[in-house]
Design a protein around this ligand. Structure first.
Ligand SMILES: [Fe+2]
Length: 346
């Protein structure tokens, strides 16, 4: 049955009837993609004919995850700084990202947080075009959204299976559909004529060691996904930290000290801010009115207990991986120190 479902999904990708339509400007950009040389004014001419796409593009390029110190106010400047491929990818994927924000705001936050984290790691690891890495990270789970929008009943089956059999998202997707969201996302990206680098990074973001040409980008996105999920910025449908692809970890050559340093860096502060917000959401969601009343006098203790419980829950499926357990401990230590500081203030 799953082989037939896989075929059905691949056919639907080519039709993508329900999935948000691409703006005309995206097709026009794709028309010039194979031209030998494209000027910035040519790109600007095409994009500015569509004021809605122009405004959306400028809003995204000024997002914190690209980390530009000054506001980018024109398309030609955005194209100059980010490159044609990044601009084109943003235009093409914006309708999907908007749909993601409407349908699953937590998944959208996970995407933006991964984009931020990937950009930071790419810069630290001196990977060329970190903006391209951020962009690929931003759209890595577009296949998950596709399943949710195009196959809602199957999506429901996948969620049920994860709960019932305590298996990972990828395992449940493969079992129910014969295909997973990474492969679906890559097929969509290929259909949209996105750069091969991005197609491959999306396809292998859960198994970067299988990436032939872009193991660097795939590994950065893979590890960011793990770190961001570990920090609690996860989709509401899948809270678990995905398993670590060991060769990718070796490829990144992080040691414990470097990782702690990375997480304590000023630039990583935003990751913790995201984490704290999602933690608060969890505390709100998981606390009854009676518990709230009881907790009034001992809030920090209740909070830290709950935060650590949620942290452990997120890492439950990867508790036998020493690297991931050490990441969990770094996060736990941060929570405890944060809580101590909060107690001292009150
Ligand atoms: Fe994924």
């Amino acid at each position: 049955m799953s082989a037939a479902t896989r075929e059905l999904i691949l056919q639907r990708i080519n039709k993508h009837s329900v999935f948000p339509n691409l703006p005309i400007v995206a097709f026009k950009l794709n028309e010039i993609v194979n031209k030998e040389s494209v000027t910035y004014s040519e790109i600007e001419d095409i994009i500015t004919k569509d004021p809605v796409s122009t405004a959306k593009l400028l809003k995204i390029v000024n997002c914190s995850f690209y980390g530009f110190p000054q506001k980018i106010s024109t398309i030609s400047k955005a194209a100059l700084i980010l490159g044609f491929n990044v601009i084109r990818t943003i235009i093409i994927t914006t309708p999907m990202m908007e749909a993601m924000k409407d349908i699953d705001v937590a998944l959208w936050e996970h995407a933006t947080c991964c984009a931020l984290c990937s950009g930071l790691i790419a810069k630290k690891k001196r990977i060329k075009n970190p903006e391209e890495v951020s962009t690929a990270a931003l759209i890595q789970n577009i296949g998950f959204l596709f399943i949710r929008l195009e196959f809602p009943l199957r999506f429901f089956d996948i969620m049920k299976k994860i709960k019932k059999e305590n298996i990972s998202l990828l395992e449940a997707e493969t079992s129910c559909l014969g295909i997973n969201h990474a492969e679906i996302g890559a097929e969509l990206a290929r259909l949209w004529n996105l750069p091969p680098k991005l197609v491959e990074a999306i396809r292998y973001h859960h198994v970067p060691s299988q990436s032939k040409n872009y193991q660097d980008i795939s590994s950065v996105i893979h590890f960011s996904d793990i770190l961001v999920s570990g920090l609690g910025v996860t989709s509401s449908s899948d809270i678990f930290v995905p398993p670590l692809d060991k060769p990718a970890w070796d490829f990144l050559q992080y040691d414990q000290n470097e990782l702690v340093k990375f997480l304590e860096d000023d630039e990583s502060k935003m990751l913790w801010d995201f984490s704290a917000r999602m933690g608060e959401e969890f505390l709100k969601r998981d606390t009854t009115a009676e518990e709230d009343e009881k907790a009034r006098d001992i809030t920090p203790i209740v909070n830290i207990k709950k935060k650590l419980t949620f942290l452990q829950k997120r890492f439950a499926k990867v508790a036998d991986d020493p690297v991931l357990v050490s990441i969990m401990k770094i996060i736990a230590k941060h929570y405890i120190e944060e809580e101590k500081a909060a107690c001292q203030q009150t």
